[in-house]
Design a protein. Structure first.
Length: 134
């Protein structure tokens, strides 16, 4: 499909499927969801938290050099959000996502969604999908 942006979603679009976020012709992130419109808002809404804006959180980690996930208090998601530098980077990442190119395709079956998400991420070598457990 021709790309749209998160702020210019078409009135008529599928509810569930996979989506691809790109910037400057570089494919960055692919995700899957039962509600594309709501999930994209969750990635980019100004009030979105680190729990709903996982891609923005990942971008903020990259910008601030806080790359390693941890389960300890120091360096945890909540701890990083208390840092003014990280919080600003997180807000900027959500704004950045609003300007990205967005493509999506309908897929209602959750197993097919999962396979398609992995296939697209591997085929397009998206920079921010690692499928690692944290």
């Amino acid at each position: 499909m021709a790309p749209v942006t998160p702020v210019s979603l078409p009135q008529s679009m599928p509810a569930s499927g996979i989506y691809l976020l790109s910037e400057n012709n570089r494919h960055l992130y692919v995700g899957r969801t039962r509600n594309i419109r709501a999930r994209i808002a969750g990635h980019s809404r100004p009030g979105a938290t680190h729990g709903t804006a996982a891609f923005a959180f990942r971008l903020a980690r990259e910008v601030t050099g806080n790359l390693a996930a941890t389960y300890r208090k120091k360096g945890s998601r909540a701890d990083l959000m208390e840092s003014p530098e990280f919080s600003l980077a997180f807000d900027e990442a959500k704004k950045r996502i609003l300007a990205m190119d967005l493509r999506f395709v309908e897929e209602n079956d959750p197993v097919r969604q999962a396979v398609l998400e992995i296939y697209v991420a591997v085929s397009l070598q998206t920079l921010h999908n690692d499928f690692d457990t944290h």
